[in-house]
Each structure stands twice: as C-alpha cells, then as structure tokens.
Ligand binder design. Sequence first.
Ligand SMILES: [Zn+2]
Length: 1656
Amino acid sequence: MKSLENFTELDYFLPKMDQVAVPDFSAGAMENWGLVTYREQYILHEEGVSTSINKQNVATIIAHEFAHKWFGNLVSPTWWRYTWLNEGFARYFEFFTTHSVETTWRMEDQFVVRQVHTSLSSDSLESAHALSVDVGSPSSISSIFGTITYNKGASVIRMMEYFMTHETFRKGLSNYLAAHGNRTAEPDDLFASLDSQYLQDFPNRPVSVKTVMDTWTLQSGHPVITITRNYISGALTVTQERFYLRRSGDSTDTHDYKWWVPLTYTSNTNRDFLSTTTRTWMNSASSQITINNLGASVNDWVIFNIQQTGFYRVNYDAQNWALLANYLNSDSFTNIHVLNRAQLLDDAFNLARAGSLGYTTALEITKYLSRETDYIPWFSALTGFTYLDRRFRGYGECNYTVFKSYLVGLLNTTYQTLSLEEGADDDHTTKLNRNLILTWLCNYGVEDCTNMAKSEFNKLLLDSDYRVTPDLKTVVYCNALRYGGEEEWNFLWNRYLTHNVNTEQVLILGVLGCTKNETLAHGYLRKTITSYSGIRSQDVSSVYPSVYNNVYGVDFAINFLSQNFRDIIEFNASVSSVVSGIAGAISSQEQLDKLEQFINDNAEELGSGTTTSALNNLQTAKRNLEWLNTYGSTIMSWIKQQNYRLPSHIVPYHYNVVLQPNLDDDTFQFTGRVEISFNVTETTDRVQLHANDLEIDEDTIAIEALTVWDSLYNFTTTEDSLRHIYDIKLSDYLIAGRQYKLHLNYKGYHREDMAGFYRSYYYRNGVKRWLASTHFQATNARRAFPCFDEPALKAQFKISIARTEDRHALSNMPVETTEQDDVTGLWWDHFQETPMPMSTYLVAFVVSDFVNLTSDDGKYRTWQRSDAVDQAQYSIDVSPPIMAALENFTELDYFLPKVDQVAIPDFSAGAMENWGLVTYRERNILFVEGVTPSNYKQTTLQVIAHEFAHKWFGNLVSPDWWSYLWLNEGFARYFQYFTPAEVEPDWRLKEQFVVAQLQTAMSVDSLASTHAMSADVGSPTKIRTLFSSISYNKAAAVIRMTEHFITHDNFREGLVNYLKDRGNDSATPDHLFESLNVNNEGLSVKTVLDTWSLQEGYPIITVIRNYDVNNLFRTASVHQERFYLRRSERTSNTHEYRWWVPLTYTFQSERNFSSTTTRDWLRVSQESSLITDIGANATEWLIFNIQEIGFYRVNYDDTNWNLIISHLNSDQLTDIHVLNRAQLLDDSLNLARAGILDYNTALNLTLYLTRETDYIPWYTALSSFTFLDRTLRGLGDTEHSYFKDYVLELMESARQSLGLTEDPSDDHVTKLHRNQILTRQCNYGVQSCIDMATSEFTNLMNNPDNYLVDPDLKTVVYCNALRYGGEEEWNFLWNRYLTHNVNTEQVLILGVLGCTRNETLAHGYLAKTINSDSGIRTQDLSTVSSSVYNNPYGVDFAISFLNQNYRQMIYFNNSTSTVTSLISNIAGVLSTQAQLNELSSFITNNSAELGTSVTATALNSLQTAQNNLDWLAEHGTTITNWLKSRRYRLPTDILPDRYVIELIPYIDNDNFTFNGRVEIFLDVAVATNAIRLHANDLDINATSVMVDPVVADGTIVKPTIQSKVYSEDLQIYTIILSDNLVVGEQYKLSISFLGHLRSDMQGFYRSYYDVEGERR
Ligand SMILES: [Zn+2]
C-alpha cells in the first residue's frame, strides 16, 4: 500500500482494509473498496507447506487488488469497453509494486516472460480483440476479462513507461488520478494527462502519446518487425506488419495494420542493453524505414527491442540469426541481456511456428541453452518446447525419445547447478527454477529425479508429518503416483480431504491425474460428475487437465468420455468443453480419430448443438497434426543431427562375424551373420546399434540372456537412416549387470566407393580380377556388419569368411581352421579370436588372389597383384627395423602374431592401420629402385612407420571419441618422422618435419576457418573434417613442442605410462596429459596443453628489445596475440586467445642452438611480460624459438631484424641453425603477408638465399614464394619478371652446387633438393633446364622400354617435354600411364599431364574426369585438374573447361560437388582480375542451374580470390619497388679498391669521342663468378676485357671469362667467369672502351667558347 501511495502521490482513501479468505470464490480475488475478498490459496500462506509460487501469488494478488483502489475504484472506466484501464494497470502494478517489496524476486524480469510473452501469444491469433473493444451483454463483458485486457494491457502500459521514461510516466499518471479521481475516465483522458507531462518534460517530443497509443489500443494484434541488413554498406531496413501465428485462408479483414513502433537496438560492436531510450520511431504510415550507421561490423550481430520493452516481435535476415546463434553458443553469451535471451527464444519459436523463420534457424538458437542456467530464459524456452513436446509425443516412440534426450541434454547444465536438493541460500527464483527443471526431467523419466521423488514420498508415507520441501512437492507427488499404485493415490486423496492448508489441497488436485493406472484416473475424473465428491466447484476445472496433460492421460480421458458421456450430460456438465480440453492435448491421428468417431457415433444422443461445437473444437487438434506433417521431419532430422552417439548403457564385449562375400555375380551382394555379446549397465528396454546400407532380416533377430536362461523375442525395430542407428525396442527390460547376446542375419553390398566392405579390381593377363577389401575408419564398419561403431566400444572379434578356391582371405588374425562347405563348395576360413578388445574401425578383411612376399621370420607379409611382387621388397626390408624402433621406444612389444600389409589398387586414404592387416594405396607401399623417385621412397618408409605407430597410438589406446582423433594421428605423424630418422639417419627427417609439417600446419591454422585440435564432432561428415592438417600436422608439432619443454626422457617415460595405463581401453587428452606429468613439478602439462589443444590458432610472439648502449638494461618485452594471416578475419571472435608459451632463445655471442630447454614462460594470464636479462648486447642479434620447437611465430623490433639480416648476409650465416634460417624465412614472409612486418624487411632477409645451398631453408623459401609468384603475375609480365629474375638470382649458387644431372654420389636429400630447384628453373624458362628436359625425353621416346630417366628428374623432364612438345609427347605419356606396371610411375604421370600448353589437349585430359571408361581410378581423379590449373596458363584452360562442361560434370557425378570444388580450387590459384571476372560471370550467368547452395559456396571462394587481389593492391607496389630498386644496385660481394684511368679525348674533330682504359683493383668479399659494374654510353671493347689475379705467382688461377652481358636498362655490365673468384684475394679488371664527349653537360662532356669568331 505504501509503495502505491508513494507512486500515485495519493493516500489510500478509506479508514480500513479488510481482506477475507472465502472458501468458495469464483475469481481469484475482488477489489471491493475496503473489503477485498480472495480465494483461500491467494491470501493464506503457510511457510514450509506452501510453495514459493503460492507465496508469490499472495504478494502479487494483494498488490493487484490494492492497485485497483486507484485504478478502478478511484477512477472508474466510463464503460466496460475500457476495462483495460482497470486491469492493465492492476496487472502492471502486480509485478512492479511487488518488486518494490520483494526486491530479490526479479518480478520485473518475470513480467516479460509471464505477461509480455503470454499476451503476444494470445494476441497473434486472428480472433484477438483490441484493448478497447465494443461490448454490451453481460456475457460479452465477461469474455474480455482475459489475457488481452490484463496481460497485453499491462505490457503496452510498460512500453509507454519506457518510451516516455519512468518519471514522466509516473507524474503523468499521478496527474490523471488527481484530475479524474471520483469520476470516470476513458483512454483519451489518460493519454491527455500523460501527454501534457510528456510535453512538459520533453518539449521536442517526437510524437504525442495519443498518436502512438491509439495504434496499440484501437487495433487488434501487434507487429513483427523484420530487420534486413546490408552487410556491405552497414545500413539496415526495418519493415513492419501484423504478426499472425496462423492465418485462415478465408479472412475478410482488409484493415491495413500499422503501428507507431518505438525502436530500440544495439549491436555487438557497441553493446548497450541498459539504454531503453527509443532511438528511432517507425510511424504508422510507413511499412519500411532505413537505418544507417548502426555501427555494427559485418561479423557482429544486431538485436532490436532492448529488454523487450516494446510489444512486438523481431525477425532478422538469416545471416544475423546465424551470428546470434553463434554468439549465444559461445562463452560470451551472457553479454546479451537475460531478457533479450528470453526474447530471442520466444520470438524464434513463434516465428518458426508461424512459418516466418526456418525451424532449423530457431533450433540453432536453442542450442545455447546447454550453457544457460537462468530461470527467465528457461521459462521462455520450456514454454516454447511444451508445444513441440505435445506434438512429438505422436511422432513415433523412437523419435519422441530422441526429442526428449535433446531436451534432457540442454537441461543438464542447469540441473547440475541446481541439483535435486534445495540449498540454504537458494533465492526465490532459484526455487522456482528447480521446480520447473525437475518437472521436465521427471516427466522425461530421468532416473535421478524419479528416484528422489519416490524416496521423498516414501518418507511422507511413513510419517505424514514429514515435510517434503514445498517447491519439490509437485514433482514428488506426481512421480510417486506415476510409479506407484492405489496406495499412493489414496494417501494423497485423503491428504487432500483432510489438509488444513488450501494451497496443499489445490496442489494435490493438480497432480492426482499423474497416475498411470487407468482405473484410478477414471475414478478421479468421475469425481467431476459426482455430487459431494469433496471437490469444490471452483476446483473441478483442474481435474481433467491433471489427467490429459500426461502423455498416457490423453487416452484415459478419451476413454472416460466415451464411456461416461451420458452421465456427464445427466450431471449437466459440458461434453463439448471436455472435448475442447482434450483436443489441445492430442498428439496423434489415432487419438483424433478415436475422439471424432466417438462424437459422430453418438451425435444423436449428444444433440446437434453439442455435436457441432464438439467437432469444431477438434480443429485445434487437426491444425496441430498438420503442423507435425509440415515441420516434423525437418525438426526431427535437425535434432537427430545434434547427437549421433549411441546410448552408453549397452557395452559390447564380443563379436562373432560370419561373412560370405560375393565377387562373382553382378549383384555383389554379400551375406552376413553377427552375434554380439554385451553388458547392460543400466536397465533398459532398447538396444541401439549401427547399421548402414545393410538389410537386416528382422525374423532372425534374437536377444539371448547369458547369465540366466531366457530369450527375448518381442520387439519392434526402427531404422534411423540419418544416423545409421538400428533401434530394437523390447517389450521387456534388459537388466543392469547382466549379459546378453544379440543374433541377427543381414545382407550388404560390395560397393565401389572404397568404404565399408568394398570391391576393387585389377587386370591380370587382360582379365579383370575382382577383390574385396575393407576401409572402416571412421564410421564404415557399420556398412559391413551391424555393430556398436564407436571407437571406445571395444570388443574381441572372432571372424569367419567364405571364399572360392582361387582366392584366399585375410583378417586381423591368422587363420585357425579351414573347411569346405559341401553344399556350396566354398571354403570357410575361421580366424583366431583377437587376443584383446579392439575398436570396430580397426577390423579388416581382404579377399583376393594376391600373392605375397614374406620376411625371413614369416611375421611380415606384403600382399599385392602377382605382377608387382618384386616391388614389395623394400617394405619387407624396412618393416622389421621400424617395428623394433617403436617397440624399443614404447617398451611394449607388438601385440599380434603377424603383420600383413596389402597393396590395394583402389584405396581412398593413403593407408589404414587395421590391426594385423594394414592396407595401403599401391604407391605408398610398392617401390622400384631406378623407377620410383626418392620422395615416393621416403613416403613409403614414412607411411609404414605411421601405420605401425598406430599399433600403440590408436589400436592399443583408442580415442574416447573422434573429437580426440589427434591422439591417434598427431602421434602417428610424429613417429612417421622420428622413427624412420633412426632407420635412415641421413635423410634429415627431423629437419624435414619442421618445414613439411610444422610450417604447413601454421599456414592452415592462421585462417579463421581452422579448428581446435580437440573439436566437437557428431555426424560422419563432421568427423571427416577432423582428418585435417590440424589433427595430423599441428598435433604432431605440439607433441614435439611438449617433448622439448618436459624433456625427452620425461616425454618417453610419460608415454610409456600412458600406454600401460590406457592400453586396451580408450583415452581422452586428459589421460595423456596426466601421464606426461610424470616427473613434472610445478606447471602441469594439462595447464599448458589445454591452451594449445582446446583453442584454435596459435600466437605470434613480438619481442621488443631495449638497446641500452651501456648494456646495463638488456631487457626485452615479449607480447603474445593470435596470429591471423588475414586481418579481416580478426574481428569476428570475442574469445581472448592466450597460450602458455615456452620461450627459448639465443643470441649472437652465445649461439647456443642446441639447447631447447624452456628459458621462460609467457603465461596464459599475460598478454606480455618482461625478460630482465636476455644476455644479448645492443649490437648482437637475438633469435627466439630455437630450432622452431614452439608452435608460434616470432616478430622483432626493426633493429633486431636488421642485426639478423646482416649476419645472414655474411659468410657466417651457418652460425644460425638451419632450422632457424628456415623459421626466419617462414615467419618474416608470413608476417609481411599478414601486414605485420614491412615487406622491405622480409625481402631484405631473403637476399641471403644467394648464399644458401641447403635443402631445408630452400624448401621453406620456395613454398613461400609460390604465393608471391602466383599473385605478382597479376601485375603483368614485366613486373612479374622482376620477381622471376630475383628468384633465379637467389637460386644461382644452389643451382650451381646441384647441377642438371644426378651424380652417383648424391645423397637422398640432394636428390630432393635438385628436383625442387630444377622444377622452378624450368618453370621460369631457364634454357639449360629446358634443354636437359627435352633431350632426356627424346631419349626416352626413342627407347621407351630401356632408357631410364633419373627418377628424381622425371617430373621436370616429363612436364617440360609436354610444355614444349605437342600431341605426340602427350600421347606417349598417356600410353605409358595406361600400360605401366609401377603405380608410382602412373601417379607421377597423372600429375604432369596437365603441363601441356595446348588447350585442346588440356581439355581432353580434364574430360577424362567425367568419363567412366577413362582408365583413371576414382582415387586419382583429383590429381587431374590440379595438374592443369597449377600451371599459370592452365588456370585459363580450367576456367574455359568449366564453362563448357559444367553440366556434364554435374550429370556425371550426380552431384554439384566437383563443380564447387573446381571453382574453389581455381579461385585459390587465379592471378588476375580478368580471370576473377570470368569465373564470377560464369557463376552469375549459371546460378539458376547451379542452385543456391553451389552459388553461395562459389561466391565465397571468389572472396578468397578477391582477398588475394586486394592483397596485391595493398602490397604489390612495395614489393615491385623493392625488386626494381635492387636491380639497379650492385652486389657487395666485390668491392673496388683502386682505379687507374687513362683517357684520350678527341675534341678537335667532329666525332667528339674519347678512348679510355680503366684498371680496377677489386677485393673479393664473397665467392662469386660474376663481376658487375656500371657503364653508360660507353662502347666496351669486349676483346680487351681481362681479369687477372693481382698476385701473379701462380697460386691463384687466372679466371676465364665465360660471357659478358650489358644491360642498357640497368646500365650494368656483367662479366661471368667460369669459376668463382677467391675470397680475400685481389683481382685486376682491365677494360678498354670508347666514349662520347656529350653535349648535355653530363658525364665527360664538351663545352666551348668563341675566340675571334673561332669556336674553341
Ligand atoms: Zn594415421
């Protein structure tokens, strides 16, 4: 009362306030002046018995009735038409006055979900009435005492308060009460009072209160405003229209609904949810307005209707919804105001239901609820889910279970926060929230919840004075009845009858219908038609809903109605209103039919009036079923995609798999039988397992109980083809703790898609031979046999396979017995049982006529086509030492009795680590010396090591789920370098690791499209995306970093423990981290590695030194931030990326590049830190990240960069470790590309490559140059030639050291190096290289069977022979491909056939990708197009091919995926705007045919190309200027010491020439064979150029001049010698020349004067 008196500035008027609790009362309460009457439950409250919501009701209803003293009693409406002037205000104060008394109850927040949302819902129907509405009769008057008048009235009043501002609103109301007190009023009186105050406080108010409010009070309904953003200009348009939840087709309403809408909004860029001031008005004349300069950047969401102060809904364009969903699903979600979170949920659910928003978009919003713990959004969400829940009850038991488990998953975090018990500190809304959440969990049968309910109820049964926590009562009572019987029901009924507290009585009436016993339910319903039943007539209405609101209760109610309708009529109750109630709860067609049938059958007895209105009431149910037809499958498939996991309560431990393959008829259909033994860990009535593309014979399914004698045969099955789940629902329960065995027979297919149990072929003597092989990783075991196809569900396997006599079968284990089937004549191989449990994806079998090569001990066998048997020797030679090295490292011997390795002609991956039976692509296991290049040989060794490493990392310890795939692949990739390094120590594999793995991972991981090492995945498609350079390369690099910061010994010991602890089980990264922590004190491995494995990306470390000349402060500040290659990608993410960074460094005078011990940590809590003594003096360089151990980039201040550069450009360059030279190149070029480092600095650093001859830094340099080469081409040939010439100049010493041909003494790395240098030489048109290539190729063509091109020159020779040759060369190679017996040769040829510069040939080659008889296997198709577009001229060929053939590509693949990927690949390599225009016009011209999804992806790819062109516009000039200016400069390897100049000028004849001779004494600083000097306008007498050693004692050889070149452009004269000049020696260069005495006052010029008329 006090609060209301303060607000209104008017004291209460009467001398007293009586309030009476009346046992029978029709309304909730009545505001009679001075004597307010209530239902008991709304005024009486018993602490400890009544619930929190009861208490809230008492407070709010008192506030409501008291508010009427002013709004209603003091100022009464002139007529009931304006009832909202009473009830709207009373409802408004109900919340806002209670808030002033109970400040912690969040009544203001509750207002939004309880009043605004509910009224928006009622107001969205066509039948909704306006707030001010014509009424006459008593019945029409009573009909408006509803949600519109109360809830919408209050909501619109609140909106008014916000646009006027609170104090203006309050004073206006006070004026209104003063002006109209003791009289009556109309809305116009209210608006006038408010407006005069508004005008007084805001003289420039944009619009009058009446103008605005007439649109809200005189029209029915409310608007939905739709926001469409222009993401380029930043502007957005807003439109308004009336929102209908559904529209009937026959509406006659032609009114043009428009409102004055107060718009409030914010964006993530300028987040402000506190300001509710109207920023823009949308007036009632406009259906669209534009808002500019909202200040939202492209990647940031916008939200309209701050705190939902406006009475309207908001819809957005798809992109903004996606941005909102993304943000909500991040740690930052609470930055969005809690009321707007509730608003987004409510709007999304209702817009979707109305068909204005896709359900998948709406559901994406709901995903964030797994993080939400606040009552307000949950209230809103569960209101939305109630509708879905009701509908999905009728969508099949299996689907409904999926729906429920999605919701239970979302509820889990809140549930964990709230728990089952009330806490002493729980506030009011926490209690309300617990009741809400537990109600759903118990309804969904979550055992913790139902057990709590049963046990609490039992206590109450034993002691009726036991106090169940009031806010748990509905949950406890309802579930006690559900899982109990008559005893429980009668107990509660008696409690109802005898209880002294009315809230308890009413609560009990609300739950008595929870019983699952139909007789009890009918008994309860009967009380509604029994006189003196004990239930007061005011309460009778709660009986029916209490029954039919339960899933099973709908049928009870329908049955009761049809059996008792005569009694209902006789009792004078309304049959049609019972029908109406039930209709709203109906979920299935069956229920609807039953009810409709009942009405039609009894139409006569019901009477025509009742029949008509009852049938009418069924409309709701019909609409709901239509809704389910329209949206059910979309919603269900979205929900299914949220969880692909099997339930965890069935744990298989043994499989018998019996297979009869079929390679000899056209069906390729095989038959199989499985028996799976499993444990049950939780009592259940369903078995779900995986099956895909299998036909399971339902008649053969049996589940046998193993521990007790029993079999279960009664079940129904459902196939969920989306998730490949086969669902067996039993009529009985499988009991926790017991074992069962599932039997079934099925059929499957050997397909050609290289997955599951697939078929492959090869030709032997011209005959096609079929074989069958398997590839299961990750989710394809389910295509060979039904199984629990998750990596953690390991079991032992016993496998039997049938085969024809001419074939043999292989599996993980050796054959145990073989027998012949007398009937079929087939041979059955029964394999030994696997000795330990293994994951399904590691099971394998091969049925073929392959032959093998066997190691001496018989343990290793390599199997292949018989023609290739000699190619297997290398694998047999290297397998044992690799295995031994791994056994040695892990201290665990290999586990199985044999290792079979099979070369499969068709294979989708590179190889597969199946236990005991590793399968490979041919090229990765077969090898021929003299034919196969060194890089393939290296690959073979490494792939074998990779697969063998998996025996421990993957097979023995398997990932707990695919999210942790990096636990397999990171280690396999790591060992694929570090184990072969022990077998082939000269191959420099440890160094190759850095440039081939770490640096490539850094490149991928610097884009926004990257993912974290541990990433959430569900669907097979998502799982496939994890087979990425992050899971392989980055993980291996992070593992290497870990090895160094914990030391090698601890690393090895930790891994040994890890394998012991987790062997024959599965592991998570936490298991690994714990093991690695073995001897670690202080900083835990988990603490460090969580920052590397859970966050995507990696840091750039910036080192800024203090160059104190006295060297007193040798400090450096070190700063970390995430490195983005593209600046534009930086803004979108609000996560603060920081890492635990192990810092290693050394400096010039220390030069300790061997110690990789961490010298300092940059902590996750530090953006930067100061290293107090770095040891380096001011004139010395400092280098961080020794041997590039850390997975990060390093930037320095300019001075330090220059110190490093000058050291690299000296003879002492090798002082800096070769890996750090590679690192400096990679870091500087990438930093420059990202715009972080000046390109001049990065290019200055590359200058040192003139002295670099090592493979490793060159590998890095050439990788980095690829981007520059491709991009700079866009500037035109001349500009590009500067770059080309520069690279050739840098390569010169490397080229010279390697030569053009292979030397017998060349080591492995030299061969690799020569290939990479010559490739570039020939690409750049260096004649000597091209000559070598064409002559080698001619030799080969002349003698194709015997001439051997050096294997490591092959790519260069073949490619350039095609480039400079024609059809003959091309056909020669194509035939060689078709007929060659060595797969590495075939694959190599496929990789170069695109080198041709003949467009017709290139198109012909590309056309082979859309021809099933082309002779190219599917696995190799991707090589074809890349071989074309990787050539500069090939980009245009690929674009023209695409233009001419895209229809055929779509038709051939029956999919648009190859078109999409070709577009994206071309976009990645194109160089010019013209190419981009051509590609983009192709897309726009054909977008109708390509479809929206291809078009969208393609336009996205074009963005990448555009980015590259933008990059060129930004950096191109800097780079070319640098390149150009460099060309005019002389090298500094030779320095002039002394000149001797002789000149004879001829000034007396007309020639004006001069003769000259110069001797220049040169000091040689760096070995070089080139002397460059300037000359301009001089004719050099070439024969007179001489170079002589100054010391002519014969110790220094006189250099021979090879050639002399003059560049007029550069004014540089170059003398090339056949040998290098000797460093430290002096030479004399002598040149004779003729010059011109010029007239232009430049150089040696002539002048004159006249003496006595004579010119001198
Ligand atoms: Zn692997």
